[in-house]
Design a protein around this ligand. Structure first.
Ligand code: FES
Ligand code: FES
Length: 172
């Protein structure tokens, strides 16, 4: 059995190989399908989630690595009361997504960037986002939306995590 915190909720996953990629656990066992499978080899960023606030590729991260750690997915980016993260609002305002497939990963990388750097330059953004591939070419809108979120009144709000506890048990 592996326990970890996902979006503020305590989760238990039973019966899985400890080497199972976190991506599959999130999607198949916890129903957090916002995180996407793109390449499966750490090259596209579609599967990006936060591990203790840092962006990680969940397709490469084994379940064993997240025991007793905090995971945040796109489903946990907004505040518990439903208030969108400034980046999510900026994504809407700038009409960023095209097909949308890469966008959860893009937002998670951008959120991690703003936690580290409140007013990132273009170069900071390009560097932080370079591991997130968008086949639709939304890069310029992503950059504009990140600047917009950084300049918004709510600024670089930290990723909000609910504190309610629930248990999701999964049998393989
Ligand atoms: S699916 Fe994980 S980096 Fe592409
Ligand atoms: S919006 Fe289509 S892949 Fe990025």
């Amino acid at each position: 059995m592996t326990r970890f915190i996902a979006n503020g909720k305590s989760c238990e996953v039973k019966g899985l190989d400890p080497a199972t990629p976190l991506l599959w656990v999130l999607r198949e066992n916890l129903g957090l399908v916002g995180v996407k499978f793109g390449c499966g080899i750490g090259q596209c960023g579609a599967c990006t989630v936060h591990l203790n606030g840092n962006p990680v590729r969940s397709c490469l991260l084994p379940l064993s690595a997240v025991a007793d750690q905090k995971i945040t997915t796109i489903e946990g980016l907004a505040s518990p009361d439903g208030t969108l993260h400034p980046l999510q609002q900026a994504w809407i305002d700038h009409d960023v997504p095209q097909c949308g497939y890469c966008q959860a990963g893009q937002l998670m990388s951008a959120a991690a960037l703003l936690k580290q750097k409140k007013n990132p330059s273009d170069a900071d953004i390009d560097s932080a986002m370079s591991g997130n591939i968008c086949r639709c070419g939304t890069y310029l809108r992503i950059r504009a939306a990140i600047h917009s979120a950084a300049e918004s009144p709510s600024g670089a709000t930290a990723v909000a995590l609910g504190d309610e506890a629930s248990t999701i048990a999964s049998e393989a």
